[in-house]
Design a protein. Structure first.
Length: 159
């Protein structure tokens, strides 16, 4: 993995070995460095260094993915938001809220989409009506309550 792309910006250049390491960890984030090293042809220490560089560069994170329902969060929803004025300040304010777990600025019907978790309908109502709608610049919101998760994956590979 190089430190700079050919165009001079800070976007890391991923070689085939780094991509293979990422794919190994996408399959199982607990896979040992020794096991990954055997699969990609590097020593355990070399894999450890590459993983550290990839995480420090923001290319990947190694985290435990949880099921919010099993952790006491009875409601998940996506909130579509129309913004008046600058979008970044609204996105930043949403990202600062603990219940907001995902924020993206979009080109489409909504200016911002955020995914939220709450313990139930009362907390969701307070979050959307009392806090999200109170953020300066939020014009309107539309809430999409999740009824059933059909698919969630993090193994989309690398290009």
């Amino acid at each position: 993995m190089g430190d700079k792309a050919a165009n001079g910006n800070r976007t890391p250049v991923l070689d085939d070995v780094s991509k293979s390491i990422i794919e190994q960890l996408q399959q199982d984030g607990r896979r040992s460095y020794a096991s990954i090293g055997k699969a990609v042809g590097l020593s355990e220490a070399a894999v450890r260094q590459r993983v550290q560089r990839l995480t420090e560069a923001g290319v990947m994170q190694i985290v435990a993915v949880t099921d919010p329902l099993q952790l006491g969060f009875g409601r998940q929803a996506m909130v579509g938001i129309h913004v008046d004025g600058g979008i970044q300040p609204v996105a930043d304010a949403l990202a600062a809220m603990d219940e907001v777990i995902y924020v993206v600025m979009t080109a489409g019907t909504y200016d911002v989409l955020c995914e939220v978790v709450s313990t139930g309908d009362e907390e969701l109502l307070d979050l959307v009506s009392g806090r999200i709608r109170a953020v300066p610049g939020v014009r309107t919101t539309e809430t999409f309550v999740y009824l059933k998760l059909a698919k969630q994956t993090y193994s989309w590979g690398v290009r």
